[in-house]
Write a protein of this length. Structure first.
Length: 315
């Protein structure tokens, strides 16, 4: 059973295969017949294998081979979801793509990796569609960005379960084409995190693309407390004007992940390496900015209900 297996949860890779190989080796995995494996443990990838890095194709080969052979599990990241939508017609308007091709530049390194390799590219897109949006057992939960019970309840109407892998959260293929509506909004929270609309006139530079200014900010959904203000929950590097930043923040758009719930593992948030550590004793982020000069991070999980900062491994 999945819940009794020792897992190494691994954060966003973004096409950095060389670093992934170093991390797997450091974790005690070794390569046999082209597949990385461990005699007593299983890897669990939290999504975002593609884009940004220089070794997208090799990254996908490593991850998919491990998953197919039963030596790893994986959930979908927002970059895989976006890539599917770039190749899926809109349900609302079949003359349009589910994700505008104006945004193809965000997947530039992935398109470059598969230039002239149409069949291989289609194979990986079809594989992306088999990855669950979220994963849950009696012992732990995994999602790419944010665990939100209300969003999960919404998408469950459009998902099916795979009893062979002991998981749910597998989206029926016809629903990848939504650009708006209930399923789209729920997936946006689970794979991209809740984003707070800022008041008119307040905007900030994108972390990755400095030419882009954003008017919605990711929030640190893992924080708890009744006295949090907007600046407390603001994503790293965002300095809000005091008249808005000092206002009390209300957790109305999603449910707080409470003490006592099973541990949840996720990536997505581009945290700086000097913040490597637990968000809460049962909340673990694994994205410490490998695609921006940071580190690729894993958490060695052995079934504990209360996580430990000593279990991080990184390169």
């Amino acid at each position: 059973m999945t819940g009794h297996t020792k897992f190494d949860f691994i954060g966003d890779i973004h096409g950095h295969a060389d670093v992934l190989k170093k991390l797997l080796t450091k974790l005690g995995y070794y390569k046999e017949q082209g597949i990385y494996l461990h005699p007593t443990r299983q890897a669990f990838f939290v999504g975002d294998f593609i884009d940004r890095g220089p070794e997208v194709s090799e990254t996908l080969e490593i991850v998919k081979n491990m998953v197919d052979a039963g030596f790893a599990l994986a959930v979908m990241g927002n970059h895989e979801y976006n890539f599917i939508q770039l190749h899926t017609r809109s349900v609302d308007d079949p003359s349009e793509w589910a994700r505008s091709h104006d945004k193809r530049d965000q997947a530039k390194t992935t398109f470059q990796a598969f230039d002239g390799k149409k069949e291989e590219l289609e194979m990986y897109i079809n594989w992306f569609k088999t990855l669950p949006i979220y994963f849950e057992t009696d012992y732990f939960r995994v999602v790419h960005a944010q665990w939100d019970a209300r969003s999960i309840e919404k998408i469950n109407k459009y998902c099916y379960s795979d009893n062979e892998c002991d998981c749910s959260g597998l989206l029926n293929e016809e629903h990848f084409g939504h650009r708006e509506g209930e399923v789209h909004d729920a997936i946006e929270i689970l794979l991209k995190g809740y984003e707070l609309k800022l008041p008119d006139g307040i905007k900030f530079q994108d972390k990755y693309d400095k030419k882009t200014y954003r008017e919605e900010m990711r929030v640190k959904w893992w924080l708890r407390g009744i006295n949090l203000n907007h600046q407390d929950v603001a994503d790293n590097g965002i300095d809000l004007p005091s008249e808005f930043g000092n206002q009390k923040y209300e957790h109305k758009a999603y449910q707080v992940y409470e003490v006592g719930q099973v541990p949840v593992f996720f990536g997505h948030y581009w945290l700086p390496p000097d913040q490597l550590g637990l968000m809460q004793k049962n909340i673990c982020c694994l994205d410490f900015s490998i695609a921006k000069g940071g580190v690729l991070t894993a958490y060695r999980y052995n079934g504990e209900r209360e996580l430990s900062g000593d279990n991080f491994v990184f390169v």
